[in-house]
Design a protein around this ligand. Structure first.
Ligand code: 5AD
Ligand code: SF4
Length: 471
């Protein structure tokens, strides 16, 4: 079969990254192979994200760029998938005449059939029907290459929480958990193909399996941790209201579980938390943080915060700043509130102006930078075990590169901090490779990363010595 070229552009969260991996696995058997070239593509898939207004705009502006390509190559198939597709449905086909297929979050399994039909009949299709079966796919393990050490694994889809600002339950449907045996099987295959770290994905992993009467999330973690050859386990996202003591104990009991939790707080004000329908109070959130730190004092805690939710007063915002000071998060993802058509808060009164939202975001970012840097600085001088996952992005280390020809490797600590390191002139560079676990002494702290040197450096044999040997 002649191979055809697939270009896939993924916007948004890790769930979309995972879905894109599934899409690739689905389309492989009908002859499509991933390519980095948009111009050469026979099939373009845009996996969209609707979580915030900006994410949606990015997807629309990318669609805009595709018109020229279709004119140049009329046989090209263009598809829009993901959350924006689910939300907008046929409206996308009406607005963009050159898009052939709109497929929603529950239509992944039917994708190959749709692509075959379009290429034969040149028809246009919209498939945004929601089904409540959890779809099992060919394992994403088939795409793992030697250089991939870390992978996402979806353990559940959808969400039942209906936070008032959030579009997810409306575009991804109700929460459904995958069976533990399917999850374990997929992880086993991933590990057999070289993966060493998995991140279990769900909108609220803490409610895993409850509805279906499967095992609890901490039990699932224990099962996953029994996978031989797996080095690390991460998970995201945890809803604070459902964080159980059993999960807290998992950080003590499971060696493979990384020492990091992402626990979105969204706001430090009880009034706003109530209007967001988050179902916990500031006090309950702080209590959970205490429990985690009692069990694991060095645990890294990260969070999401929305500023400018409708009705957020100066006092509400101050309560958020105070909470950030009290918790001292390792890092924060910060967002300006934006209306999402299907989310109830879009209809709330007391909208906050863009100027105020911008100002609050800046203030919050500045405060958090102080704590992120403080946490990073506290690690200088310590030894950290790093799983090497690639090469460093230049930004932070660039200033330190002068005079050194060494390769800068990159990896993460158990607490999810990025560490770049070089062996300079002292190490046999072939001894480091992607997938190796290396002990690194942290020497410098930056805002986004740390810089270090491997412990136990082996001196490089000098040229002179090699010559003597040869003689
Ligand atoms: N506006 C701004 N931020 C939002 N988020 C979700 N919906 C919105 C919205 N309408 C943020 C939340 C969530 C993260 C993934 O995106 O903080 O945790
Ligand atoms: Fe959205 Fe809330 Fe569900 Fe998270 S828990 S996906 S914020 S509705």
């Amino acid at each position: 079969m002649k191979k055809k070229s697939l270009y896939i552009n993924t916007f948004g969260c890790q769930m979309n990254v995972y879905d894109s991996q599934q899409i690739i696995s689905q389309l492989n058997p009908i002859g499509y192979e991933v390519s980095e070239s948009l111009d050469e593509a026979d099939l373009i898939i845009v996996n969209t994200c609707a979580i915030r207004e900006k994410a949606q705009q990015k997807a629309f502006s990318f669609f805009g760029r595709l018109a020229v390509l279709k004119r140049k190559k009329p046989g090209l198939i263009i598809c829009a998938g993901g959350c924006v597709a689910q939300q907008e449905g046929k409206r996308i086909l009406e607005r963009f005449s050159y898009i052939d297929l709109v497929f929603g979050t529950h239509a992944l399994k039917r994708l190959p059939e749709h692509i075959i039909n379009i290429s034969k009949k040149r028809c246009r299709i919209s498939d945004v029907e929601m089904t409540d079966e959890i779809l099992e796919f060919p394992s994403v393990a088939s795409q793992v290459t030697n250089n991939i050490v870390t992978r996402f694994v979806t353990i559940m889809r959808g969400c039942d929480n209906y936070c008032t600002y959030c579009v997810v339950p409306h575009v991804r449907g109700p929460e459904i958990s995958r069976k533990p045996e399917h999850i374990i099987d997929e992880i086993r295959k991933l590990v057999d193909s070289g993966v060493q770290e998995v991140t279990l994905l769900g909108q609220n992993v803490n409610s895993y399996g409850i509805k279906e009467g499967l095992c609890s999330f901490p039990e699932l973690l224990r099962l996953v941790s029994e996978t031989e050859g797996l080095f690390r386990i991460r998970f995201t996202t945890s809803h604070p209201k459902d964080l159980s003591q059993e999960l807290v104990f998992a950080f003590r009991d499971l060696d493979k579980l990384c020492n990091h939790i992402h626990l979105p707080v969204q706001s430090g004000s009880n009034n706003i938390l109530k209007r967001m329908n988050r179902k916990y109070t500031r006090e309950l959130y702080l209590e959970k943080i205490d429990k985690l730190r009692k069990i694991s004092p060095d645990i890294a805690i990260t969070s999401d915060v929305i500023v400018g939710f409708p009705g957020e007063t100066e006092d509400d915002f101050k309560a958020t700043l105070d909470l950030v000071k009290e918790v001292e998060f390792d890092s924060l993802f910060t967002f300006e509130y934006s209306d999402r058509i299907k989310a109830p808060a879009a209809k709330f009164s007391d909208k906050i102006s863009d100027d105020i939202k911008n100002g609050r975001l800046r203030e919050l970012l500045e405060l958090q930078e102080y704590y992120t840097t403080k946490k990073h600085r506290a690690l200088v001088g310590s030894n950290e075990l790093i799983l090497v996952d690639g090469f460093s992005k230049k930004q932070d280390v660039a200033s330190d590169r002068k005079g050194s020809e060494g390769i800068y490797w990159s990896g993460r600590t158990s607490t999810n901090k990025i560490v770049n390191f070089t062996s300079g002139d002292f190490f046999l560079k072939d001894d480091i490779s992607i997938g190796k676990k290396i002990n690194v002494k942290i020497e410098k702290a930056f805002l986004h990363s740390l810089l270090g040197k491997p412990v136990n450096l082996i001196p490089k044999p000098s040229k002179k010595k090699e010559e003597t040997h040869a003689a």
